[in-house]
Design a protein around this ligand. Structure first.
Ligand SMILES: [Zn+2]
Length: 225
């Protein structure tokens, strides 16, 4: 694995450009906000890559701000936005699901995923695993030591099914996967959080990578029982 270094790169949050949320007017790092662009006919679409052409406005994916998507974006984009908050959230979740698949595919091609209990545990012990993904139907994965340690650090996300993960690796079923690249892990973390927005999950704009000390040690209180 190319990422042999034990020391994780320091985060570059000092350089993150800030943008205003069109709704609550909070100034936040651009990466914590969703860019929305006009797609014609009064409709807007979320631009998760930040690369769609056209005038854009930023909204942070907090339920209260998304609930005012239509009025906020109408004002910022100087157009009459017809996309309703419900439609906007649907679009956002759908774009996020697509992005998760895309990032997982990229990660696989670049050999930045390891799978199965043994490989995931090893990657976690070596501090190479930035994020552990557990299939929703992989009940046994909750017993894996690495997963138990990673949960309280916020480094575990439940996503997809064993069959879906299996398809990535050409296996019938894979229950647990670790992402061994920090940038990709952060992208996946955010995309999964957005994809789950509509299920009552609140988007946590500050992923665990914001707190570097979490990786400084892997001391975990064993107060789970
Ligand atoms: Zn806001």
């Amino acid at each position: 694995m190319a990422l042999g270094s034990k020391k994780r790169k320091p985060s570059q949050r000092g350089q993150a450009p800030a943008r205003l949320c069109a709704c609550c007017r909070l100034s936040l790092p651009k990466s914590d906000l969703i860019r929305w662009v006009s797609s014609g006919d009064g409709q807007v679409v979320p631009d998760l890559t930040g690369r769609l052409p056209g005038r854009g406005a930023y909204l942070h994916p907090h339920p209260e701000c998304l609930a005012k998507l239509q009025t906020s974006l109408s004002k910022s984009l100087k157009m009459s936005v017809s996309t309703t908050p419900v439609q906007g959230i649907e679009l956002l979740m759908s774009a996020a699901r697509h992005r998760v698949e895309l990032l997982l595919g990229q990660a696989r091609r670049r050999s930045l995923l390891v799978w199965g209990a043994d490989a995931v545990s090893e990657a976690w012990q070596d501090k190479r695993a930035s994020l552990i993904l557990v299939a929703a139907d992989a009940a046994a994965a909750a017993k894996i030591g690495a997963v138990r340690q990673a949960v309280p650090l916020g480094c575990v996300k439940v996503w997809g099914t064993k069959a879906q993960f299996g398809a990535i690796f050409g296996r019938p079923e894979v229950g647990v996967v670790a992402v061994v690249d920090e940038t990709l892990a952060k992208g996946l973390f955010d995309a999964i959080a957005l994809a789950l927005l509509g299920r009552g999950a609140e988007f946590v704009s500050r992923s665990p990578w914001a707190a570097e000390e979490k990786f400084g040690s892997q001391e975990v209180e064993s107060s789970e029982n």
